[in-house]
Design a protein around this ligand. Structure first.
Ligand SMILES: [Zn+2]
Length: 240
């Protein structure tokens, strides 16, 4: 009865992430760099969520464990007749009728657990670093840093990129081309090294597997067994 709440009350929540083919490499609409723009097929995407903080609602008054995550949420009671969920940048908010017993709310949240966790992950707190001004000197410094990581990881993946290009895209961290070149966003020199390394490995792996299928992710995992955590953490850094 109370499940009549629409399964996705916040339509906006479902949109953005679905259109992004991969987190190291967000589509920019051109798709001309060779890095494939298909749907994210990361088979271990679910595992990426563990250990990653979900937004805690600033007016949280309750918490519940859903899918292995402790979720602190706002509970607002009113004269409404049904339960409703809303997930936004602030976290989960639950609207409930006056007098509805807690066990019924709890049961409802458990039924919606997968949806809640998925949407909270998409809204996970993102940080927007104050990127430095890309002066020629700074870009030269970034190139040295990133070229060293490429030189480190290329032999581990058995590839030899023809060229490393620095990109200043606001929509993607990196890309790879079938011609054997890779492009890395200069801002990667200013994120935690383990996260930048994930992008380096991701793009180098594309020189062998130009897709996001299981063989691609298996190759990434050979070099970075914890790539899913790194990928999830990178996802929380806004490029713009
Ligand atoms: Zn990719």
């Amino acid at each position: 009865m109370r499940d009549a709440v629409p399964p996705e009350p916040s339509g906006r929540a479902a949109g953005a992430a679905d259109r992004r083919p991969c987190m190291a490499f967000a589509a920019d609409g051109r798709g001309g760099d060779g890095c494939p723009r298909h749907a994210d097929a990361n088979p271990s995407g679910g595992a990426a969520s563990h250990g990653v903080g979900l937004p805690r609602h600033p007016r949280a008054s309750q918490s519940i464990e859903l899918g292995g995550h402790i979720i602190a949420f706002e509970l607002r009671r009113s004269a409404r007749r049904s339960l409703a969920l809303h997930v936004g940048p602030q976290g989960l908010s639950v609207r409930a009728p006056h007098g509805l017993p807690w066990p019924e709310i709890e049961a409802f949240l458990h039924r919606k657990a997968a949806w809640i966790v998925r949407h909270l992950q998409r809204h996970g707190q993102r940080v927007a670093p104050a990127w430095p001004e890309p002066t020629p000197a700074l870009l030269a410094q970034a190139r040295v840093v990133l070229a060293a990581r490429v030189a480190h990881f290329a032999p581990l993946l058995g590839v030899q990129p023809r060229a490393l290009r620095l990109s200043s895209a606001r929509t993607r961290w990196g890309s790879a081309s079938s011609r054997g070149t890779i492009a890395l966003n200069w801002r990667l020199a200013f994120v935690p090294a383990p996260l930048a390394d994930y992008v380096v490995v991701h793009e180098l792996a594309h020189l062998r597997e130009m897709h996001h299928g299981p063989a691609f992710w298996a190759l990434v995992a050979q070099v970075l067994p914890d790539y899913a955590e790194r990928r999830a953490a990178l996802r929380r850094i806004a490029l713009v």
